[in-house]
Design a protein around this ligand. Structure first.
Ligand SMILES: [Fe+2]
Ligand SMILES: [Fe+2]
Length: 372
């Protein structure tokens, strides 16, 4: 009996059968057999980040070989949330966490899961279609998948711990301090979060560059990067280690997302000879800091052992300075201190060189992943 999911015996019409039913060539004349017009070959140098006229279906030769390297590196990071044991977390969450720690854990999770859906939509529906070089789009296609994977990881944590899904997923709507960050992101991305919007004038280009810069350097590079740290503070005390390990995998992806986005923005500014308005940049950093401070004040209204709102916001400023330097721009928060030096260790990509082998080994034994 024929299965509904057999892909090798679909009823594909033969060429003769197709011709017999085709409305194109009813007379049998030569008109339908005109060869397609010949197109001139193009050079890689004709590619541009946006508004390019080169063939979008030609991957190589590359104009941006670094983008292809990002794609290859991202594929070395493959993982799924099911590979990480959550057994200890199921016990820690109700029995070992204090109420203040549970408050931190739940609200960080609620913020992150909303953010990752927003990230997926922004890259997949708005940014990717504006890129006019396939090597840029192909990394972003991988990024879209990774953002979906991150959402799966949070959902896996939420399901495993038996959290109230309606309550967790609505939290960003009903808690003003969480909503503030999402609302700011929506406002800053609104200008580009529309498909088909042309980038034909300097104002539209400036708005797009500012939005992508905000997304890569602030949303992913600061708010995500620094946003995992309250969970890592628990992990460092031996608590919620499964959830924290999920976040380490996510963080490693986000480090690449941020680096790629910053690289694209630099390339865009250079190609378009575009100068960003310093006052617009200052406003962006100030708004991001204010939103982060309100958020930190809420999630850490009571400090937890080894972590508090003051540390969180100072580390935000320190990471923001790094992102500005990577963009070749002035530091927005001069003198900010690296108060959580262990945060960089969590994202340390030196782990990556042995990652694949480690994953396979640990997958076979079913133990927790160890990267070094
Ligand atoms: Fe993500
Ligand atoms: Fe991301």
């Amino acid at each position: 009996m024929k299965s509904a999911l057999q892909f090798d015996d679909w009823d594909i019409p033969t060429a003769a059968a197709f011709a017999a039913t085709s409305p194109v060539d009813l007379t049998g004349t030569m008109a339908a057999q005109q060869p397609a017009p010949v197109l001139p070959p193009i050079d890689a140098e004709q590619k541009r980040v946006v508004n390019g006229q080169a063939d979008i279906n030609q991957l190589a030769p590359f104009k941006y070989p670094w983008a292809w390297s990002f794609f290859l590196n991202a594929n070395r990071n493959h993982w799924t949330p099911l590979e990480i044991s959550m057994a200890q977390d199921v016990h820690d969450y109700p029995y070992k966490l204090t109420p203040a720690e549970r408050h931190v854990f739940e609200n960080v999770l609620a913020y992150l899961t909303t953010s990752d859906i927003l990230a997926m939509r922004n890259i997949g529906l708005a940014v990717m279609e504006k890129m006019s070089a396939p090597e840029l789009q192909i990394y972003q296609a991988r990024q879209v998948y990774e953002e979906a994977l991150h959402t799966w990881a949070y959902q896996h944590c939420i399901e495993t711990l038996g959290l109230d899904q309606r309550e967790i997923y609505n939290r960003y709507r009903v808690v003003p301090e969480i909503h503030g960050k999402i609302a700011l992101a929506n406002r800053r991305l609104h200008g580009v979060l529309q498909s088909g919007r042309p980038l034909t004038d300097r104002d539209a280009l400036h708005e797009f560059a500012m939005a992508y810069l905000f997304f890569a350097a602030v949303f992913e590079g600061c708010w995500f990067y620094n946003g995992f740290s309250p969970m890592f503070a628990l992990q460092r005390r031996g608590l919620m280690k499964g959830a924290a390990e999920q976040l380490q995998y996510i963080m490693r992806d986000e480090v690449l997302h941020c680096a790629f986005g910053i690289r694209v923005v630099r390339q865009l500014l250079e190609e378009e000879n575009l100068q960003l308005d310093p006052q617009a940049l200052r406003r962006m950093w100030d708004e991001a800091e204010a939103a982060e401070a309100a958020y930190a004040g809420y999630i850490l209204r009571e400090p937890i052992l080894g972590y508090n709102a003051g540390l969180h916001i100072e580390q935000f400023r320190y990471v923001a300075n790094r992102r500005a330097r990577q963009l070749g721009m002035a530091e927005p928060f001069s003198g900010a201190a690296n108060v959580l030096p262990w945060l960089d260790e969590q994202a340390n990509l030196r782990k990556e060189k042995n990652f694949f082998e480690t994953r396979v080994t640990e997958y076979q034994t079913g133990g927790a992943l160890v990267w070094e």
